[in-house]
Design a protein around this ligand. Structure first.
Ligand SMILES: [Zn+2]
Length: 698
């Protein structure tokens, strides 16, 4: 046991700082209290720093083992504690834990700067990297070396002192600009309300939505109804309100956010951000910011992203034009449809074409049945078996902990399932791990501790949890990420499981969603929870067809955003034209509806200006093309085909980031991915275009 500096009398024993004598050394959640974290972090960070220093100042010449591999293993205790802390902060954050975070997060930032700014350490890393071609490293070691070197280099480690200062200043300026951008979007979003006082203006809007709007008005001390620019309120009004001029008003308010508005203007900030990003990229030796970002992505080069976007656009646009024709006919109007008409008519057309109510579908997707169905799917594909283990500690009474065994009855992972909403859990659905798989110094395989966190409604005394079709697909999606974590078989922790480029990480998850459209799979479990009847074939057909509704129009919108993102980050010289001019030039080919004076997207495109998606928005479509192409092999060989699954496991799921994504993919698929399967799945394949079968990344 290590010494602790805890003043609180009742805390003399810190479960975070001792070995865990639990099954598979899982975190002893029942003993861990929020008060334990800060002292444990303080100690573990010191320990990690000492380990890093020891590597940086080693008297021996640098080798892969004594530097790169050692760095991968450094800070083991810190990793162990971080794994628990940051996961609980998302899934079960008590007030005390949130308080602790305020002290712990700055400590962690200081620690990570301590490592990345360590000059001695970088000298050793570079020495090994420069001689990499003379070394006889394994493929995985080579990749780890490259990744470690690039991490340092891309954060300015190779720069001269004065350039290091420039780099520091630029990153600080960029993070301040990003923050202001985000604040402005928030301010602009909150500064507008649509206050409705005449009941007749609510025509078309469902009662539940009206009630929410009435509640909003009441909270502001007003009578009537208030709609605003928050996503649920905005989209409900645009979808349902019969009053066209109010839709127009709301549309214009939403789509001009932070654009030349008095106290929240992002138009100059956008220009400022892209120019500074370009400067940063050039400082580090790249031609554009996109080149800098894409260097560590599966796509690798901006040309492959541009080619990808252009090829898909040419096909998708034809489909989108057809969607527009169909909707115009349906709307029976003489004037052209405007942007504020689209969701309104599309909602009605969709209802007419696919009259599928969630309430009809949900009884067939009872949560326990769905879980069993997914377990059965991965048993057939990968030979996995799941057994509930009551001896594994859990952090909340609703969490289930499973031992995951392979065909030889060997436990290869622990899987936690945390299904239900609660106040201490953030929104959304995600996969995470308390510990990743790796091989330790003694050559022992350390099994991963993987967790799925979802936000389903808890069961009631009279009804179990019933999922919508989309919620069922979310479970499949997250389970795919979990497989990536659970089936990992790499040597080094930094390359384990989901530690792969962002445009590759959604392949294992999205491919799983394909099974949701397969009758053979659904028939394993989609039984009515009361009478046990199978889901009718007609429902399945409808669900699959509804997936394709307006695939052209929706796809073109995504491509439009991807192109706008790439335009901003492909500039090679600083720009000074107005933001609206650059945007309208970039998007003229992907805009179908009449453009609206004063409306713009760049000033509220937080994904790329205040999130992590700069030069990465294309990734959404890229991953769809990839998962469709990969699933096509299952379709060809059978959706439960063991051989195909074994190959997917061997070449993709078990490999983590231990090889280049495109190489892994080609080994699995036997060829580069093409967009054909994606187009087929979206119902876009029969459209004329000669370039549709060109492979990705070319
Ligand atoms: Zn995902």
């Amino acid at each position: 046991m290590i010494p602790l500096s805890i003043s609180a009398q009742d805390v003399y024993y810190n479960p975070l700082s001792v070995n865990w004598n639990t099954p598979f050394q899982t975190p002893p959640f029942q003993d861990i209290k929020p008060v334990h974290f800060l002292p444990a972090f303080t100690f573990a960070i010191d320990e990690a720093k000492q380990e890093v220093d020891a590597i940086a100042h080693l008297a021996l010449p640098p080798t892969f083992e004594n530097t790169i591999a050692a760095l991968d293993k450094a800070g083991a205790n810190l990793n162990r504690i971080s794994g628990v802390f940051f996961n609980l902060l998302e899934a079960d954050a008590s007030k005390e834990l949130q308080e602790a975070a305020k002290e712990i997060i700055p400590l962690m930032t200081t620690y990570s700067n301590y490592v990345s700014l360590n000059e001695n350490l970088f000298i050793r890393i570079k020495e090994i990297y420069d001689h990499r071609l003379q070394s006889n490293l394994t493929k995985e070691q080579f990749i780890l070396l490259e990744k470690t070197y690039l991490n340092f280099k891309r954060s300015g480690a190779e720069l001269k002192d004065e350039d290091k200062n420039k780099y520091e200043n630029l990153t600080q300026e960029l993070s301040a600009l990003g923050l202001t951008y985000k604040e402005n979007v928030l301010k602009a979003t909150n500064s507008y309300i649509l206050h409705i006082t005449k009941k007749s203006d609510l025509k078309g809007i469902p009662v539940q939505e009206q009630a929410i709007a009435a509640e909003k008005a009441k909270n502001k001390g007003e009578t009537g109804w208030i709609f605003d620019l928050s996503a649920p309120s905005y989209s409900a009004f645009m979808k349902y309100a019969d009053n066209r001029s109010l839709r127009e008003e709301l549309y214009k308010a939403y789509n001009s956010r932070a654009f030349h508005s008095d106290n929240a203007d992002n138009s100059n900030i956008v220009i400022n951000i892209v120019n500074k990003r370009l400067e940063l990229a050039k400082l580090l030796g790249y031609q554009t910011y996109a080149d800098y970002v894409l260097e560590t992505r599966m796509a690798e080069h901006k040309d492959s992203v541009w080619n990808f976007l252009h090829r898909l656009t040419s096909i998708t646009k034809i489909a989108a034009e057809n969607d527009l024709k169909e909707l115009t006919t349906f709307a029976k109007t003489n004037r052209p449809l405007q942007a504020w008409d689209w969701s309104y008519y599309a909602d009605k057309l969709k209802k007419q074409k696919f009259n599928l109510d969630d309430q009809l579908i949900k009884p067939y997707f009872e949560l326990e049945n769905v879980k069993k169905g997914i377990f059965e799917l991965v048993r057939r594909l990968y030979g996995l078996q799941f057994s509930l283990d009551p001896n594994i500690p859990i952090y909340h009474k609703d969490v289930q902990a499973y031992q995951v065994k392979d065909e030889n009855n060997q436990c290869i992972a622990v899987l936690y399932l945390d299904f239900y909403t609660r106040d201490t859990k953030r929104n959304g659905a995600w996969m995470t791990s308390f510990r990743e798989q790796y091989i330790n110094e003694k050559g022992e395989n350390i099994i991963p501790l993987v967790s799925l966190v979802l936000n389903y409604n808890p069961p009631t005394p009279s009804q179990p949890t019933l999922l919508t079709y989309d919620e069922m697909k979310t479970f499949l999606h997250e389970f795919g990420h979990a497989l990536h974590g659970m089936l990992s078989q790499v040597h080094y922790q930094s390359l384990s499981g989901t530690s792969v480029p962002r445009d590759f990480v959604e392949l294992p998850s999205q491919i799983m969603e394909n099974w949701a459209s397969e009758k053979e799979f659904l028939s394993l479990f989609a039984k009515h929870y009361q009478n046990g009847n199978m889901i009718p074939d007609a429902y399945i057909e409808q669900l699959i067809n509804a997936n394709r509704f307006h695939a052209g129009y929706a796809g073109l919108r995504q491509l439009n955003y991807g192109i706008l993102d790439m335009t901003w980050h492909s500039i090679t010289t600083t720009v000074d034209e107005p933001v609206e001019v650059i945007e309208s030039n970039a998007t003229s080919n992907t805009t179908l509806l009449p453009t609206v004076e004063g409306c713009i997207f760049s000033t509220s495109f937080s994904h790329i200006f205040a999130g992590g998606y700069a030069a990465g928005y294309y990734g959404y479509k890229w991953a769809e093309v990839l998962d469709a192409d990969a699933f096509a092999l299952f379709k060809q060989n059978g959706i439960f085909d063991k051989k195909t699954a074994a190959s997917f496991k061997e070449h993709i799921l078990s490999k983590g980031g231990s090889d280049k994504p495109m190489d892994l993919y080609i080994t699995f698929r036997g060829q580069r991915p093409t967009q054909e399967a994606f187009l087929k799945r979206s119902g876009l394949l029969d459209l004329p275009d000669s370039s549709k079968n060109k492979p990705l990344n070319k």
